[in-house]
Design a protein around this ligand. Sequence first.
Ligand SMILES: Cc1cc2nc3c(=O)[nH]c(=O)nc-3n(C[C@H](O)[C@H](O)[C@H](O)COP(=O)(O)O)c2cc1C
Length: 180
Amino acid sequence: MKATHVPPTGVERRLGEDELIVTKTDPRGLLTYTNDVFLRISALREEEAIGQPHNIIRHPDMPRAIFKLLWETIGERREVFAYVQNLAMDGAHYWVLAHVTPSVDGQGRLVGYHSSRRRPEDATVAEIGRIYAELRAEERRHDASTAGLDASWAMLQRLLDDRGQTYDEFIWSLTNGAMR
Ligand SMILES: Cc1cc2nc3c(=O)[nH]c(=O)nc-3n(C[C@H](O)[C@H](O)[C@H](O)COP(=O)(O)O)c2cc1C
C-alpha cells in the first residue's frame, strides 16, 4: 500500500540520543531496507516504505541544492554528510545528520546506497534551519525550477566562500563532532 503525506503540522519528533536511523536503497534511490527506528519516526509501515523512492519523506522546506549535492557526491562514489529535515507521514518533522555512502560489490559495481542518521544538537538545528530557509527562499523566488536551483546552488557556494570553508568543514563546524 502506498503511503501519502499529510501537510506538515509543525510538530517536531525527536530522535533519541542513542538511536540510529538506517535505510538502504538501490542505485536509483528506491528503498530496499528500513530499520525499525526509521519506520517509527516516519510513521510508516515496512510494506509502505520498501520499493518507494527516498523522497517519500521529503520535507517541503528542504533546499533542492542539498539533494543536488548529495546525489552528485555519492554519484562520484564518495560519502556525504548532510543535515536533513524529514517529514513523517503524520505531518511531524524530524531533523537528522545523515551519512550516506555508496555500496559496491566485489567487482566494484554500484549496488546501492546506505544512509545512517543521528539526531543533531539543538543549536545545530537552529543554525542550519536558518541557512536552509534562505536557500529555500532563493529557490522559491524563481519561476523556472532550474533557475531556482542554480540560484540556491550559487548561494550555498557563496556561503562557503564567505566562511572560507569546504562543505565538509562547514558541516563539522556546526556540530560537536558526533558521528566523526
Ligand atoms: C541512501 C539515500 C538516503 C536518502 N535519504 C533521504 C532522506 O532522509 N530524506 C530526503 O528527503 N531525501 C533523502 N534522499 C534523497 C532523495 O532520493 C531525493 O533526492 C530527495 O528527497 C529530493 O527529492 P525530490 O527530487 O523529489 O525533490 C536520500 C537518497 C539516498 C540515495
